[in-house]
Design a protein around this ligand. Structure first.
Ligand code: NAP
Length: 249
């Protein structure tokens, strides 16, 4: 069973992956502010506990949960713990992501690096969705948010007039384009159920992922994921959004 008490009746349960810092931490904060019980899915429990401690100072209920999206045994154990503690999951935010190739042109990037990026950014979310889906289907309003990037947009990255076409990142860009396709696949499978599945781009946010080069704050970056995690039943599914609206695929 998870460390903290079962939430008050009616509280929503949310799981955010990669929750100990950056945009993920702020997504947790935003969902906790909406009275959700939020599970901090983190590969390093010391970092998870540190983040939960910071959130506790603001009286936000956030519970550390060991989850490395590249390790199936931790995903299965996390799903079993959520099942035993709550019996359902209302919100899943697939936020964990890596990008380690800004310095390489497509012709230079090593295949092993591409595989590593796909493992975290693409196969990780697929594995987590598959494991959590039975729990999400027990929610009256399950929501899945995949944190993608506008670098996953073929329309934008193929436009020579767009600054996004000037940024070589073969593994990262293609992992997020594939994550967009994964979003559509699950949305299609789940049409006719209460579960909605959408992809979001947080914008260019100052985090460790880009050596803090982005102009937006993590709190700003978290907004669209929080919004799509809490859309009403007549809201969209199978879409790709940033704070300004739909993004072209
Ligand atoms: P970040 O500060 O580097 O945070 C990434 C988080 O993912 C960390 O908590 C990290 O944990 C976690 N993580 C990495 N590999 C993991 C794994 N195997 N299992 C579980 N957690 C793992 O980056 P960020 O900018 O907040 O990125 C969050 C998401 O936003 C990513 O999906 C990224 O692609 C997307 N995004 C970011 C930007 C931007 O401008 N920053 C723009 C578009 C999209 P550790 O601390 O243990 O490493």
């Amino acid at each position: 069973m998870l460390a903290m008490a079962t939430p008050v009746n009616g509280h929503k349960i949310a799981l955010v992956t990669g929750a100990n810092k950056g945009i993920g931490y702020e997504i947790v904060r935003g969902l906790a502010r909406q009275q959700m019980t939020v599970l901090l899915g983190c590969r390093d429990m010391a970092r998870a506990e540190n983040a939960a401690g910071q959130l506790a100072k603001e009286d936000f209920a956030a519970i550390p949960l060991h989850l490395d999206v590249t390790r199936p045994e931790t995903i299965a154990a996390a799903a079993a713990q959520i099942d035993a503690s709550y019996g359902k999951l209302d919100v899943l935010v697939n936020n964990a992501g890596i990008a380690r190739e800004w310095q390489f042109k497509p012709s230079q990037v090593d295949l092993s690096l591409i595989k590593e990026i796909y493992g975290t950014n693409l196969l990780g979310p697929v594995a987590v969705i598959q494991a959590m889906l039975p729990l999400l289907l027990r929610s009256p309003a399950g929501r899945i948010v995949n944190v993608s990037s506008s670098l996953g947009s073929l329309a934008l990255t193929s436009d020579p007039a767009s600054p996004l076409s000037q940024l070589p990142c073969l593994g990262y860009s293609s992992s997020k384009a594939a994550l967009n396709a994964v979003t559509v696949q699950f949305a299609n499978e789940l049409r006719g159920t209460p579960v909605k599945v959408n992809a979001v781009c947080p914008g260019y946010v100052a985090t460790d992922l880009n050596n803090h080069s982005g102009p937006r704050t993590p709190e700003q970056g978290a907004r669209i994921a929080i919004q799509m995690a809490t859309i009403p039943q007549d809201g969209p599914t199978g879409g790709y959004f940033n704070e300004d609206g739909r993004i072209p695929w």
